[in-house]
Design a binder for this molecule. Structure first.
Ligand code: FAD
Ligand code: NAI
Length: 467
């Protein structure tokens, strides 16, 4: 067999493996290279990201529901107890099943898999070092090597006392006091998991609000909900040092704007201040692939500055999300195959899988104001939605932002149970260039939470009927 391919993909995360599937479908000869230990495909997302975090969020949410809500629903189960080992095992089982699923999809689409680190050694040439060493000839090379944790100087991650998201997916026991640095998606999702299981959780955030990239009204209301659940917030604060003691970590925390420091003792610390592109050892310099000052590979429609070298997913700019990487992968391969591959980054949704969930797509009010775009707002609270009321889950709201002149939907922001599923309607409407009236005049099943989306859309033109 010759080691010569139409496409060689480095990295088997959602960007890389979906690119491989699409390449296989289009009849291209394709190889994928993955360096992760234990030969696991699926990248960050399947192994230490989306999937294990959602497995723990799901299980811990049920645990808290059983603890706090079952009695009120007329369900008595006797004394509740936590079997953390089993909870971690079911998470590992979910990961295992899905990574095997990716291996199956590679075979199904005739993708050859190489395990080891890929390095571009010359134009059109990739060396694999590791379990399946090889030198591959490639008409096209796709870099899909993803991202890694951004370190915080002075707070060194050891994955035991001071952990990244990876360590926080496998604490062997519930920490008494977990301090989370960063009130972004990881901090709030994994902070929620361990709070539900019994930890005291303090979140330290540099900026003055949680989820700072989201719509400000969403951030504010969501923070209030988390506070009610018991999460302690220290906003506008920075951690300037961490001293590891035998069983504790002593953190030094200062106001972000400067001022006197205080000490906070933690049993465990989660550093979640963002992720950065992962391009170490890839050989970018061997062929002169350009990166920006933050290390992201510079691309134009996935093309790097070097002919035949493409890049996508977390290692290029844009939202660091699995579904964005997936869409990049599909579009990039379609372009390679001479088709019209395209990703509409204006309609990439974002979901925070906490309780309740937070979901958004499109522009925030702040972004519209800054851009000087006149818009109308429609809002509907879940407290007035029959399904939410029936289920005693009334926290949150739906907000729809539409162009004041054309009524085109420009953004949708949802806090509430099921927000991650509800947002799909707004994404589809926006993808079709639809208006708030399109949503308002579409029949929605009753009783569902989706009716709140419709009522919010009615609100854009001022005819919300059920509040
Ligand atoms: P990755 O998934 O990072 O995959 C890149 C792969 O390339 C890795 O497996 C790596 O080992 C491999 N690699 C790197 N260098 C080489 C090399 N030289 N040779 C061979 N292989 C190499 N996103 C969501 O959309 N929803 C979520 O719920 C969500 N939850 C998350 C939770 C956590 C805790 C984390 C950390 C992330 C989460 N994300 C989520 C983000 C999501 O995981 C990433 O956006 C996504 O995995 C990016 O896909 P990718 O293919 O670009 O890169
Ligand atoms: P993030 O960018 O979401 O949040 C990081 C937070 O840390 C920000 O609020 C930032 O202001 C704050 N911060 C930065 N430096 C700080 C400092 N020195 N001290 C205190 N706070 C500081 O990054 P996060 O949570 O690490 O997640 C990384 C990426 O993973 C995200 O970009 C996200 O897209 C992806 N992800 C997505 C999930 C989802 O879609 N549900 C779940 C988890 C991660």
């Amino acid at each position: 067999m010759t080691n010569s391919y139409d496409v060689v993909i480095i990295g088997a995360g959602p960007g890389g493996y979906n690119a491989a599937i699409r390449a296989g479908q289009l009849g291209l000869k394709v190889a994928i290279i993955e360096k992760r230990d234990a030969k696991k495909l699926g990248g960050t997302c399947l192994n230490v990201g989306c999937i294990p975090s959602k497995a723990l969020l799901h299980a811990s949410e049920l645990y808290e529901t059983a603890e706090k809500n079952f009695e009120g629903l007329g369900i008595n189960t006797g004394k509740l107890s936590l079997d953390l080992d089993q909870m971690l095992k079911q998470k590992d089982d979910a990961v295992d099943g899905l990574t095997k699923g990716v291996a199956f999809l590679m075979k199904k689409n005739k993708v050859e898999t190489f395990f080891g680190a890929g390095e571009i050694i010359a134009p059109g040439k990739v060396r694999v070092t590791g379990d399946t060493p090889a030198e591959l000839q490639a008409k096209n090379i796709i870099i899909a090597t993803g991202s890694e944790v951004t370190p915080l100087p002075g707070v060194e991650i050891d994955e035991t006392q001071i952990v990244s998201s990876t360590g926080a997916l496998s604490f062997p026991s519930v920490p008494k006091h977990l301090v989370v640095i960063g009130a972004g998606v990881i901090g709030l999702e994994l902070g929620s998991v361990w709070r539900r299981l019994g930890a005291k959780v303090t979140v330290i955030e540099f900026l003055d609000r949680v989820l700072p990239t989201m719509d400000a009204e969403v951030s504010k209301q969501f923070q209030r909900m988390l506070k009610k659940q018991g999460v302690i917030f220290k906003l506008s604060s920075k951690v300037t040092g961490a001293e590891k003691l035998k069983t504790k970590v002593k953190l030094t925390v200062e106001p972000a704007a400067g001022g006197s420091a205080e000490a906070i003792d933690a049993d465990a610390v989660l550093v979640a201040i963002g992720r950065r592109p992962h391009t170490d050892g890839l050989g970018l310099a061997n062929v002169g692939v350009e990166t920006d000052k933050r290390g992201f590979i510079v691309t134009d429609h996935f093309k790097t500055n070097v002919p035949g070298v493409w890049a996508l997913g977390d290692c290029i700019t844009g939202p660091m999300l699995a579904h964005k990487a997936e869409d990049d992968g599909t579009a990039c391969v379609e372009l390679i195959a001479g088709k019209a591959g395209h990703v509409n980054y204006d309609t990439v949704p974002s979901v925070v899988y906490t309780w309740p969930e937070v979901a958004c797509v499109g522009k925030t009010e702040e972004q519209l104001k800054e851009a000087g775009i006149a818009y109308k707002t429609g809002k509907f609270p879940f407290a007035a939605n029959s399904r939410a009321k029936t289920n005693h889950e009334t926290d949150g709201f739906v907000k729809i932002l539409a162009d004041a002149e054309t009524d085109r939907v420009l953004g949708c922001h949802i806090v509430g149970v099921g927000a991650g599923e509800l947002i799909a309607e707004a994404v589809s409407v926006m993808e079709f260039g639809g208006s708030s009236e399109d949503i308002a005049r579409t029949c929605h099943a009753h009783p569902t939470r989706s009716e709140a989306v419709r009522q919010a859309a009615m609100g854009v033109e001022g005819w919300t009927m059920q509040a």
